[in-house]
Design a protein around this ligand. Structure first.
Ligand SMILES: *[C@@H]1O[C@H](CO)[C@@H](O)[C@H](O)[C@H]1NC(C)=O
Ligand SMILES: *[C@@H]1O[C@H](CO)[C@@H](O)[C@H](O)[C@H]1NC(C)=O
Ligand SMILES: *[C@@H]1O[C@H](CO)[C@@H](O)[C@H](O)[C@H]1NC(C)=O
Ligand SMILES: *[C@@H]1O[C@H](CO)[C@@H](O)[C@H](O)[C@H]1NC(C)=O
Ligand SMILES: *[C@@H]1O[C@H](CO)[C@@H](O)[C@H](O)[C@H]1NC(C)=O
Length: 379
């Protein structure tokens, strides 16, 4: 090999390796969480993780019928996507069954391997607290504190006492969120300004911190606390806050002000995680970086074989620049579904496609795995 060729070859290999380290292909780390030997996963949160709670509370919900679920289950399960969610890929990677929804009376298959308490549309703050700020949480009143109550009711059923619970939960993974995105979403769509919504961040982050504390006090050793998405890139916000002012958009055509707000929440959340870590030095409390992982999807869209012209258009939806109209949402009459959802990042303008969730989950697992300290007994 000539020197230049070998140099070139070397740089190519190096570039390839760095790309690979940053964004490894999904199949490469499909099994890593298995090394943690988790026997259960418990999930609190909203529609990003709901596997069937909201549709038991509200059977008339859009999420209770096709096209939701069409590409994996061939029927609606209550998951807000065309197929699997990140929590499903996390469960698969950990080698535990897909999580049952707590409110599903037929729940059996994840019995003893965890439970999903997440409810689509739910908020970090209790609905009455939001109401005091004149914000109506219209979808559900099963906010984070209700979900925690369900969780402790569930633990009372499987543990003899606190000591037994601590023992039983040692090999469990806890997901506290994503949650909080709806608190802000309801506020913004009900006319609150970004300044007013920014003033809510302390309370929302405190609610998440309190939930994590209760989870840790019940015996959790490994807790993931995800941040919120860059909502300024989502069709629902791009449509609702569309403007002719081109300086309002960043280089990915996302709304700067909204993404700046998401970053602010996420920074405050990470501060709270640091405080929790100081209080509980022997617990692995890990930030889930949904914000940057999602931006990675947009940046790598071509490489990931998304249709680059459609990365900000909903697959299931109709109208406007983003194929989204709040009054004609996915699942409604005469609302079309795109022929190939794998071309799209956004499923319905609010939630992602299975393919987007799959890619995000594999990147997140890669990022989170070393931080979970699975080879450290943590006692
Ligand atoms: C529970 O499962 C049975 C058998 O699959 C089914 O007939 C029934 O409708 C289910 N009940 C609910 C509430 O989903
Ligand atoms: C809200 O909570 C009340 C009880 O606190 C319950 O009766 C009602 O059905 C709930 N509403 C919704 C929409 O879930
Ligand atoms: C943008 O400009 C067009 C034409 O100048 C106008 O019709 C439209 O209402 C404007 N849209 C917004 C959101 O300001
Ligand atoms: C970004 O958010 C911070 C915190 O809310 C705020 O102080 C700042 O003005 C925002 N910047 C822009 C460009 O929106
Ligand atoms: C959304 O749909 C409604 C009802 O069909 C229609 O009146 C409205 O113009 C649509 N909005 C946009 C932005 O396309």
């Amino acid at each position: 090999m000539s020197k230049t060729f070998s140099n070139m070859f070397f740089s190519f290999v190096l570039a390839f390796i760095s790309l690979f380290l940053l964004f490894p292909p999904p199949q490469c780390n499909a099994l890593t969480l298995q090394d943690c030997k988790f026997d259960a996963i418990y999930q609190l949160g909203d529609s990003i993780a709901d596997t069937g709670n909201l549709i038991r509370e509200s059977p008339q919900s859009r999420f209770a019928s096709l096209p939701y679920g069409q590409n994996f289950f061939k029927k609606a399960t209550g998951r807000c996507s065309n197929g699997l969610l990140m929590i499903d890929y996390i469960a698969q990677s950990a080698g535990v069954p897909l999580l049952d929804a707590y409110l599903n009376p037929n729940a059996t298959f994840s019995h003893g391997h965890g439970m999903n308490f997440a409810v689509a549309g739910s908020t970090a703050l209790p609905v009455n607290v939001l109401l005091e700020k004149r914000i109506v949480a219209s979808v559900t009143n099963s906010s984070l504190s209700t979900q925690l109550d369900w969780m402790f009711t569930y633990f009372n059923g499987i543990c003899y006492d606190d000591k037994d619970c601590h023992e039983k939960l040692k090999r469990s993974l806890f997901m506290v969120g994503e949650i909080g995105g709806n608190d802000y979403g309801y506020a913004l769509f009900q006319g609150k300004t970004l300044e007013e919504v920014t003033a809510m961040v302390s309370d929302v982050v405190q609610a998440i911190k309190d939930a994590a504390t209760r989870v840790i006090e019940s015996g959790a050793l490994r807790v993931i606390i995800p941040g919120i998405f860059p909502v300024g890139c989502f069709p629902i916000y791009l449509t609702g806050f569309q403007t002719n002012d081109s300086t309002a958009y960043d280089e990915l055509h996302c709304l700067k002000g909204l993404n700046n707000f998401s970053m602010y929440h996420n920074e405050r959340l990470q501060q709270a995680i640091q405080e929790l870590t100081l209080q509980h030095p022997n617990i692995a409390i890990v930030y889930g970086d949904y914000y940057n992982t999602f931006l990675g999807l947009l940046r790598q869209a071509r490489l990931l074989r998304f249709d680059v012209k459609s990365v900000q258009k909903a697959c299931c939806g109709v109208g406007g620049e983003y194929n989204f109209n709040l009054t004609r949402d996915c699942g409604g009459p005469d609302v079309p579904v795109c022929p190939n959802p794998d071309d799209h990042i956004s499923w319905d303008g609010v939630h992602l496609t299975q393919k987007a969730y799959n890619t995000m989950a594999s990147w997140l697992i890669h990022d989170i795995f070393p931080k979970l300290q699975c080879f450290n007994p943590l006692i």
